[in-house]
Write a protein that binds this ligand. Structure first.
Ligand code: ADP
Length: 301
């Protein structure tokens, strides 16, 4: 699914941010990318999203060759990725609902489909009750959950989380990673999470790829033995973390997870979502997003 072969990236000023990186991540994996500041993590992600072109080597994601991809196809490729950033990147003038819906409007999705899926995505992250709030009315952890809802609403096959816990407290950090874990386990979404937080990683029994000075220095299924994380040689596979407790809301989250990514008609019997979306759909139009999904599509392309 993600295939890097001998990837080197040298920036114009001569900095070699990636140095002969080769790695493979399979569909359905959950992988932490660990490294200190300046190690090359962001460059790795930018290369993965085709924001940067490598100087040499090959990068394939979902069968698409990111070296030879035509520029006009890049936005469509990026829509197969759900991206979560450290600084959330929510639109401050839009409600929580509209922030998530906007991601779907940009793809030209139909209003009915948007209203159903946004409602479910919000329920999944436990924020249905905050649908009408604005980002500045939410805690950091809540804002990151909105960003996660936005990342998954377009049926992303891969969620790329760039230091998603960097701006939130430790307890909330666990919730975010537990939620990612839940999406991975129940929906098969591939998760690539970049972090420098050793302590957080130790709580999960996941593959950890460690980057240092642009090189992969370790790639292990046991976080405790990832480079720089030795713990008296003990491998503690029994972790207390990793269990996401879905919020208690009036929607069948597991059903959503199972059908997520499938045809529109699978959402046909959802009433909660349609109700929630009715009023917020109007918000979206009045906030300038408009019915003209086609024009949005053009802009975003
Ligand atoms: P990390 O995300 O692990 O902090 P980065 O990928 O951002 O690391 O940076 C890796 C190295 O590349 C650092 O030395 C950084 O200063 C350098 N770097 C990052 N972006 C650029 C750029 N656009 N131009 C020049 N050097 C860069």
């Amino acid at each position: 699914m993600i295939d890097f072969k001998h990837v080197t990236k040298t920036y114009k000023n001569g900095t070699k941010a990636l140095n002969d990186v080769s790695l493979h991540i399979d569909k359905g994996e959950f992988v932490f990318i660990l490294g200190a500041s300046g190690a090359g993590k962001s460059t790795f992600l930018k290369t993965l999203m085709r924001e940067e072109l490598p100087t040499s080597g090959s990068v394939k994601v979902n069968g698409i060759d990111l070296i030879s991809i035509k520029p006009r196809k890049i936005p469509y490729f990026r829509r197969t990725l759900g991206i979560v950033f450290q600084d959330f990147r929510l639109i401050p003038t839009m409600t929580v609902y509209d922030n998530v819906a906007f991601a779907m409007y940009c793809t030209g999705a139909r209003a009915k489909e948007i209203s159903r899926r946004v409602a479910y995505a919000l329920s999944l992250v436990g924020l249905s009750q905050k649908a009408r709030n604005y980002p500045n009315e939410l805690s950091g952890g809540e804002q990151q959950r909105v960003a996660l809802a936005r990342a998954l609403v377009n049926k992303a096959e891969i969620i790329i989380a760039d230091e998603p816990t960097g701006n939130i407290d430790p307890e909330m950090s666990r919730e975010i990673v537990d939620l990612l874990n839940h999406l991975n386990k129940n929906n098969g979404t591939t998760i690539v999470m970049v972090t420098h937080e050793h302590e957080l990683i130790k709580q999960y029994n996941k593959r950890v790829i460690t980057i240092k000075d642009g090189c992969v220095v370790s790639d292990t299924a046991h976080p405790e033995i990832a480079a720089g994380m030795q713990n008296n040689g003990e491998v503690n596979v029994a972790s207390s973390a990793g269990f996401y407790h879905p919020p208690v809301e009036k929607v069948e989250i597991e059903n959503f997870l199972q059908s997520y990514g499938s045809a529109d008609d699978q959402f046909a019997d959802i009433s909660d979502g349609a109700e929630l979306a009715g009023s917020n759909g109007a918000d979206l139009r009045s906030s300038g997003v408009s019915d003209a999904s086609a024009s949005n599509k053009k802009v975003s392309d």
